[in-house]
Structure formats: C-alpha cells, structure tokens
Write a protein that binds this ligand. Structure first.
Ligand SMILES: [Zn+2]
Ligand SMILES: [Zn+2]
Length: 1011
C-alpha cells in the first residue's frame, strides 16, 4: 500500500519532516560513507561573510553548490563538503560599528581595539550559527561544524607565508598615490572593490564653471569646469590640449573653440601657445594655495566631450592629476585628512567635510568673482561598497603587489579554465589584462595583520609565520591572544639586517587575501603532518573542529574540479585565489567555474531593506518552501538576472502540482487495485502496449537529458527537461491511459511507476525534499532514500519513436487550438480533421488523434479549407519599401502574391522575407484552422443532428460525474441513473450506462443513487 497523498503538497511541512528523517537516519553520513574511497570530486566553497542571517541571494549560490555536490554524490564521487565563513574586514567592522553606534575610527579607538575585536568575533559566532541554520533548512548538505573560518590564525599564517614569498620575488612595494578613499571608513579602496555591484550610483553634484585670472594678461581668464568644488582649494595647475584650438571671448574668458561653436572669439590660439601662462588660484588667500605658482600645462588626454577643454588639476585629489604632478614637477596639496575633513591650514574650511564645504566654496567663488556659472550635474558616482558614502580621491601610502611580471602567467592559466557561461571567462581575461597593481592594505582594525616591519635602515622585514614571529619577537609574544590587532601590534621584532627593534605597520589586509588563500590553507599545502582540529586556531578556536591536513591531502584535492559564485566574484574571490595560486604553485586553483548574474526582486528592481522588497530566507522557507526556492534558483539561466519572488513561486507550485497529481493518480488507483511494485523489477518487464513503450523511451530521454544538463552544470536544462517530461506524463500518457488504470492493467501501472521513480531520481538534487518524500512512498523495498539510490543508468532512447509521438502531440495541440478558435466545446464531437505537413510516421496515429480531438475522421493531405493571409510587418517593411509600401500592402490585402520557399513571399517584383510579413492562416467558412512549424490542421466545425446528439450525451456524462463527486460517491461505485432526455436514452442508453457505471438508466429529473 502507498500512503494516500493530500490534494496538494504542503512544502514547508514535508520539508521539516524530511529534515527530521535525514537526521534520524543519518542519510548524509551514510551517503558519504558509501562514496568514501570512490573517485574524488573537489569542490571548494567560497566563504560567505559572517555578518548576517542567510539572505535569499546567498541561498541561490548555496543551492547551486548543493545541487552539483548531490549529483556527484549520486554518481559515487567522494567529496569534502567543507563550508567556509569570511570573518574579517570591513563588512564585519561596519556591522559592529552600527551595533555599537560608533561612527568613526576615532570612536573605535576610544571604545578600545581589544573590546572591538571581541565584539567582531561575537558577531561572527552569531552569524555563522545563523547561516548554518538557514543553510540546513535550505537542504544544503555540508560537513557542518568542520567549517573553515578565515580569521583563524592558521589561515592568517598561510597569507603571511604568501606575502613573504611575494616580497622575496620583489613584487611588494609601498605606493604613494592619489586613490579612491572612503572618508567614513577612513581607508583607500582597491580597483576590484570599485567593481562590486552597487558601487556606482546616480547622484547629483554641483557643476561649476570657474575662471582663473591670468597674471600676465590682465582682464583675461582661463575657464575650467568641475563637479567637485572641494578640490579647488588644492588646485595647482590647469591643463590644455596642446593641439586643440582655444579662443578668447569678448569678456576675456579662454575656452576650447570646439566646445562652444556658437561663441564669438576675438583671439584664437593653439593650446601649446598657452602653456606656461600663470594665473591666480581660486584660494590663494589660504596658506597652501598662496605658495603655489599656478600655471598652464599641456596634456594630451584633455577631452573635448564636456566642460571647457581646460582641466583643473589638483594632484592631491585626483589620480591622473597626481601622475601629471610627477611629469610637470607640480606641488601636491593635500586638503583633507583620513575622514575627509579639511586640515587646519585651510583656514575657514578647517574641519568641514568635502560635502559640507561645497556650498561655502561656491559662495566664496561668487564673492571673489571666480564663479562663472553654478548648476547641478547628474552622473554615476562611486560610493563605498560597505557604507554607501560617496568616495573621494586622496593621497595615500598603500601597499601593493606588482602584477606585471605574473600577468602573462595569469592569462595563460585562465585560458585553461572552463567558464560557464563562457563570456565570464572573457571578463576574467579582460580584467587580468587591464588590472593595475593589487592594493592590499587597509587602514582598519579587524583584519589580517599585514606582517610588514619596515626598518629605518631601509630593510623591509616580512614575517612568514607565527613561529618566525616568536623567534624574532623582542617582547609581547606571550600576550598574543590572536594573530591580530591590537595584540600583534604589541610584538616588535628585531630587524634581520641591522638588529634594531622594529614595529609592524598598522595596516590590515584586503579581505580578498583571506578568501584567496583558502585552496592552500584548508587543504594543508606544505604542512608536514596532519593536525587534528588544527584549523580551530586564534579567533576560530572552539568554533570548528576542522583539521589542518598535511601536504598529501592538498595533492589529492587541489585544484578544485569546480567552483561557483556570482559574476561579481570574477574580480574578487575568483581572482584573488587565482592570483595567489598562480604565485604559489603556478597553476589555476580551479578547473571549472559556474558563474551567475544578479538577483533582483520579481519586478526587476534591486532588493533593499529600506524599499520593503527584501525577502528574508526564513520568510521564503515558510511561505514557499525550500524546494520551491531551489526550483526558482535552478530554473534560472545563469547569464540573466534572477527575478526572485512569491509571484514566480506561485507559478512553480502550480507546475509541481501537475507532477504531484501524476504521483497521486498512481497512488490512488494503485491502492484501489492493490498494485505492489518492486525495486528489483524497476523496468516494466511485462507485455506492454505501444504507449507504454513510448513512456519507457520518454523516461530514458529524461535521464539522458538531465544527465547532460548536470554534466554541463546547467540546472536550467535539468528543470526544462523535467518540466516537459511532467507534461508528457500527465497530458499524454495518463490522459491516454486513464481507463487502463480503472481496470487493473499491470503494464500501465508498472510503466507509470517506473517513469515516476526515475524522474524522482533525476530531480532529487534540485528538489531534495519533495523527491525523497515521494520516493519513500513509491519505493518501499529499495534504498531508504532517493539520495542513497545510485544515479540511474543512461540508456540511449529511441529518438525516432519520441519524435513520432512529439509530432502527434503537436497535431493534437494544434487541433485543440483550432477547436478553441471555433469556440466549440471540447466535448462536442466533430466530423472531420485534415492534417497537412505532418511526416508519414504520424499517419499511424490517426485513431489517437481522432480520440483526443473527438473527431470521427482524420485525413492526411492538403488543407484546402484554409486561406493564407499576409500582412506587412510595418516597422520592418516600411523603412525598406518607402513609398512602394502602399501598393504592396494593397496587393497583399487582395491576395495577389506568390508564396515562395522558406516562408518568403513575392509581391509585384518585391521579395518579402519572413521577418517582414505577418502570416496568418484562417479557416474558410465552416472550418477552424491552426498552423505551426510547417504543420497545419483544419477542423470541419459544421454540426449535424447526429453530432449534436452525441455532444448532448457527453454533456450528460460530465454532469453525472460532477454529481457523483458532489454526493460523495467513490469513483468505483455503481449507480442508478435518471436522465430527462428520452431521445438520448433511446439512442445511447448503453453508452451512457457504461461511461457512468450505471446499472440502470431511466427517464426523469437528473439524479443518481448508489446501486
Ligand atoms: Zn565606507
Ligand atoms: Zn634595519
């Protein structure tokens, strides 16, 4: 006996039940044990930042990871299943700052770095527990409790080792440059951080035209344009294009002629003739500007697309400006401090932020006659990815890894990686070609301590391990609670060159170093022997029981066969681990990548907490269920944004209900008829009908297609092949075989059971809960869980047979369309159907077609019952034909055209392509026609007395079935029937009785009674 199924699945309830069952039966442990020693498949998890509960977009990635790990497990692969948490860096700091109400670096220092570090760790402890809980609820199978935490001392030591090597190769240097800077976070940002989603946001800034009076040409000015007023007090020069023409307006203002073509100029010069002119700076009344000799310099990169063609140069507040200062030996004025506030030598500007200063600067420029015009300018401007503050440019001393020497190796290795979708590999290639040196330092607190100890003697000491630190420390090693600030700052070392005592720089590292080292730190690269629970060091102590394996383990599991993350990780995690791996061992750390695009809400907007359209994973688990979420993620082509929401979830539930109903059909009738299947006889090895043979082949096709899709890491194709299979089972096989289930037909039961069981096996990685729930019901003497059954054998299906039935289904579908166009009820029998364009193999199925469409007769041949109507596709054809369109349109309307090959038409000498016309086939009087892909069906919709009476018969049968349901009779109960239609009784009593299971049919008001 099967367990009876309710009318529809309660996804969340059955999922919670399955989680209990898996835990009780230790299903995952059994699976891992079964696969131990099997072929290895190495997946490395990109760490999730531990500062939050599980968000739905993270659940997307986690689902994909889980799907392929489950698939590989079904195929017998041994896997690691190690989950990772990202635990350091600004994401963590910003969340803790918010919690504590701290708003600046000074406030953090006042709070105390030790307390702050403990608070950061607390956040990670809470969040990693939350993320684990959410992931388990999602159905993700990982080795929970043995996760890697990037803030472990072990992980940090591996990065130290990497940095020491980079320094030995001569690639590490300290740069002094003008760089993007977040004034709130008080740190510079690297190029790859700027490439993250959400960094460029539209904003409105002042648009200022400002004129600088020329010292040697009284009454004349150069005019510049800027959208950053705060940089004007740092102005030292103005740049012109040496080759371009500049003109002086009557009022003395010089601008590029090209940008003001309508202006009248009284004097014209080439840019190079203006070079060297001196001018008075806009803020020479403040000390820094007063000392500057402002002049005009040449610059080939001055563009003529906006502004005035004369560019304001402030080397302390712009990166190109800074480069120019080196070429032209310009002074560098640095107007603002780490928090973006003016230094005190800027007089009345002192203490103002760059934004606060804008209005006062504009006001002042107006008073002093420097301002020509002020307006507003809308543009995409970079913001801090952590705190959303608009970025500024600021001079900064940062530590860099030079990339030029390793760049060719990176390109060569990337070319060996298989990227899905392919264009993401191209993006990686572009990035590798164009990226600048890697800025690895941040002026922050809770992060990887950079092990750099520069000495006054000029030597840079780089410490490569904790052991080395202990050996070289002059004091403080014993208080080293964790390898991080503030503890590590209290451990000075002795310079290896001169023996002086040196301090560590205060900077911490880019978080992408933390995540990038993972393919080495978690796999025990160059580690002499396994340290049980050796990853739980430093801040990770007590949080994980993950081992630190030895080098032979690394050799087994490196490189990863597969990694998968969002597209933006190309410049982040995909990049950092790739870079570090190429540096350390000269190869890519992964062979294959699955990337995917962004998640938006169901209407295509970004999800924001403040917009009220953010969906919490917990809410989605309760309202749609994990399987439905997973389905939504898996149905998404990876090259397009996912529009996630409850609307699409509803649609998925509807599709899954069709599948559920097919299983329920088997369960209901199987129980009535006492059907007992057996796992040992999975394939229906009984005498089968043609339709059963087809379903066997159809099932083989599903297995083959789904296997291909999993191998190509394209879940969207798994979902598509499953959906079309469900449609075939429900709307063809069951529909065409219903009666066989009413009268126990062993072949029908066995075949349907086989098809459903196989489909559960292939869909189990995508929908692990529902699949296992139904499996346990349908397969009672086989593996206890669908996840413990092996992957189904792939058998090449009979594609000829499948194509044949697919064509029959198309004819039937077209027939239904024609019927619906004719507005006749499907129950009304019709006389004749003509089919044109179908291949010969469909001819053998006329009885099925006739039955499905309720027609007496199906003919194959030319459809003369239809008329071809061709109209011009105006937006396309209009531009092509011009005035000739009118004629062509009229001739088409009158039917005066010739049909050519391949869907083209000829009209009065013009050949019209398929895209240029709209073609419609309509039935002539009395016919309903539908056409698609070269197949046309025409339905004779004329009715006669005979057909009408039969239509009435079928209406009655339908009414009786409804009545049967309403009165609560079982589908198998025999009845007595009264019908108010003597003619019907006279002609069709027997058929009426047979189709309603009536033992007697008499005249009277419509009613039934249990016999
Ligand atoms: Zn910031
Ligand atoms: Zn020294």
């Amino acid at each position: 006996m099967f367990t009876p199924l309710p009318d529809k699945p309660d996804h969340p309830a059955l999922e919670l039940e399955m989680l209990d069952v898996w835990e009780r039966e230790e299903t995952f442990r059994q699976l891992r044990e079964r696969n131990r020693g099997g072929p290895r498949w190495s997946f490395i998890d990109g760490p999730v930042t531990a500062n939050k509960t599980l968000p739905v977009h993270t659940a997307w990635g986690r689902t994909l990871k889980d799907v392929f790990q489950r698939y590989k497990a079904l195929r017998g692969f041994d896997q690691r299943y190690q989950n990772g948490f990202d635990c350091q860096g600004l994401w963590i700091e910003v969340a803790v700052e918010r919690e504590l109400g701290l708003n600046s670096k000074r406030e953090i220092e006042d709070y105390g770095l030790e307390r702050f570090a403990h608070k950061c760790r607390e956040l990670v402890v809470w969040s990693s527990a939350e993320l684990t809980r959410g992931s388990i609820r999602l159905g993700q199978w990982m080795d929970w409790g043995r996760d890697y935490y990037t803030f472990s001392d072990t992980n940090i030591e591996y990065i130290w080792k990497f940095l020491k090597l980079v320094n030995e190769r001569g690639w590490l240097y300290k740069g002094h440059r003008s760089t993007e800077w977040c004034p709130r976070c008080g740190t510079s940002l690297s190029q790859h951080e700027l490439s993250q989603a959400g960094v460029y946001q539209d904003r409105s800034d002042p648009s200022l035209f400002v004129r600088f009076p020329l010292l040697d040409r009284p009454g004349e000015y150069v005019v510049v344009w800027t959208t950053t007023p705060w940089t004007l007090p740092a102005n030292v020069a103005a740049a012109v294009h040496p080759e371009k023409e500049y003109g002086r307006r009557e009022n003395g203002e010089w601008v590029a002629v090209e940008l003001f073509p309508d202006d009248r100029f009284v004097e014209r010069l080439r840019g190079e003739q203006m070079v060297g002119w001196r001018y008075r700076g806009p803020f020479d009344d403040l000390a820094p500007g007063a000392s500057v000799d402002h002049r005009i310099i040449p610059w080939d990169d001055v563009t003529m697309d906006q502004g005035t063609g004369i560019v304001h140069i402030a080397p302390g507040a712009g990166s190109e400006d800074f480069e120019l200062s080196k070429t032209h030996d310009l002074p560098v004025l640095m107007p603002v401090d780490e928090s973006g506030r003016f230094y005190d030598n800027y007089g009345w500007l002192h203490g103002l932020s760059t934004l606060e200063a804008a209005d006062q600067i504009i006001g002042r420029l107006g008073e002093t006659g420097f301002l020509v015009e002020a307006g507003l300018y809308n543009h995409a401007y970079p913001h801090c990815w952590r705190c959303d503050t608009p970025l500024i440019f600021r001079l900064s001393d940062d530590w860099f890894i030079s990339v030029d020497e390793i760049r060719p190796k990176l390109l060569e290795e990337n070319a060996k990686v298989e990227w899905v979708p392919e264009y993401m590999g191209k993006r990686m290639d572009d990035w590798l070609r164009n990226m600048g040196d890697w800025n690895i330092s941040r002026r922050r607190y809770y992060g990887l301590p950079l092990p750099f100890y520069p000495c006054a003697c000029g030597h840079l000491n780089v410490v490569g391990s904790k052991t080395e630190l202990r050996e070289r420390a002059t004091e403080g090693f014993e208080q080293l609670e964790e390898l991080r600030r503030p503890w590590v700052d209290r451990v000075p070392i002795r310079c290896e060159e001169c023996g002086e005592i040196v301090q560590r720089i205060l900077d911490v590292g880019d978080v992408w170093l933390d995540a990038g080292i993972v393919p080495f730190s978690t796999l025990g690269w160059e580690n002499p022997e396994l340290v049980p629970e050796g990853f739980g060091t430093g801040a990770a102590r007590g949080l994980t029981t993950a081992d630190l394996p030895d080098h032979s383990y690394w050799e087994q599991w490196f490189p990863a066969d597969w990694v998968s993350e969002m597209r933006e990780q190309i410049r982040l995690w995909f990049y950092s681990q790739f870079f570090m791996s190429c540096v350390l061992v000269g190869t890519s750390p992964y062979k294959r990548v699955l990337g995917y695009e962004k998640m938006l809400d169901e209407r295509g907007r970004e999800m924001h907490g403040s917009w009220g359209n953010m969906i919490k994973a917990d809410e989605a688990f309760t309202r749609m269920g994990a399987d439905v979420m997973r389905w939504q993620y898996c149905a998404q082509p990876p090259d397009r944004n996912l529009l996630f929401g409850f609307g699409p979830a509803h649609e998925i539930k509807r599709k899954l209900l069709t599948f559920w109903n097919s299983v329920k059909f088997l369960v209901d009738y199987g129980n009535i008829e006492g059907f007992t299947p057996s796992w040992d006889r999975l394939e229906p090895d009984v005498e089968r009908r043609a339709l059963d043979d087809w379903l066997v082949e159809r099932t083989r096709l599903l297995v083959a297609d789904a296997t291909d899709a999993y191998e190509a890491t394209l879940t969207v194709n798994v979902v598509r092949s499953f959906e079309s299979f469900v449609d075939d089972v429900s709307n063809w096989y069951i529909r065409r075989s219903r009666r066989r289930f009413y009268s126990f037909d062993d072949a029908a039961f066995r075949t349907l059971w086989y098809a459903l069981v196989q489909s559960l096996r292939v869909v189990a990685p995508v929908m692990p809960f529902l699949a296992d729930h139904l499996w346990r019901n349908l397969v009672q003497d086989g593996p206890a869980s669908v996840h413990l059954a092996p992957w189904p054998e792939v058998v090449e299906p009979d594609r000829g047979l499948l194509a044949e039935i697919a064509e029959v289904r198309r004819v039937v579908e077209l027939g239904r369309q024609a019927r619906s166009a004719s507005q006749l009820k499907l129950r009304q029998p019709l006389r004749r159907l003509v089919v044109a364009g179908a291949s010969a193999s469909a001819h053998g199925h006329s009885a099925e077609i006739a039955d499905e469409l309720r027609v007496k007769d199906v003919e194959f041949g030319e459809v003369e019952a239809s008329e071809l109507r061709v109209k011009p596709n105006l937006p396309v054809l209009g531009p092509k034909l011009g005035p000739a369109l009118r004629d062509v349109r009229e001739l088409l309307q009158r039917g005066e055209f010739e049909e050519l090959e391949d869907g083209r038409f000829q009209v009065n000498g013009h050949v019209l392509e398929p895209s240029e016309v709209l073609v419609e086939r309509v039935g002539r009087e009395g016919w309903a026609v539908a056409s698609e892909g070269g197949v046309t069906v025409a339905l004779d919709s004329r009715l006669d007395e005979e057909l009408l009476l039969e239509g009435r018969l079928l209406d009655r049968v339908h009414e009786v079935n409804v009545l049967r349901k309403e009165t609560g009779l079982e589908i198998t109960d025999r009845i007595k029937l009264w019908v108010p239609d003597q003619e019907l009784i006279d002609r069709y009593a027997e058929r009426l009785a047979a189709e309603t299971l009536a033992v007697s049919v008499e005249a009277g008001d419509l009613r039934i009674e249990k016999a």
